[in-house]
Ligand binder design. Sequence first.
Ligand code: SAM
Length: 152
Amino acid sequence: MTAQKLFLERVAEMIADVDGPVLELGLGNGRTFDHLREILPGREIFVFDRAVTAHPASIPDGDHMIIGEIRDTLAYCGPRVKRPAALVHCDLGTGDPTADLAKAAWLAPQISERTAPGGYVASGIALDMPGFEEMPRSADAELGRYWLYRKA
Ligand code: SAM
């Protein structure tokens, strides 16, 4: 099993007592969406991407696929998502440090607003998250290059 899968399974256990949906930022080829719905059965998962290019078997239904620029859709998804999220999984890193810093600047406050108290944010890019505790980075997180934050 990959480090990313191990890491997400540990996070799935951490949110067991936290109500709310999962927000998957970045469908890509649907690999992590597939994994999240397998390890979080019964949990509502909303997926955000500007385009849907995954295999049809790895795409959520129309109510849960939110298409558009995340800077816009995350800000205005409230009426659709309804409840704050137990987990936000953010896989939007570009690998370019400057582009990632710019993205983190608008992303962090938006994610913060959408996260439930006690909820978690797992991000491939470092985020400045006031009001959140940065969790110690486990071996899995290191290998999977994840930052993990918990909202107080
Ligand atoms: N977790 C996915 C998987 O397992 O296949 C991979 C996600 S891929 C690295 C990043 C995705 O985020 C791409 O599909 C891209 O279109 C989307 N994306 C990146 N920045 C975005 C933005 N600002 N708004 C909307 N979608 C964005």
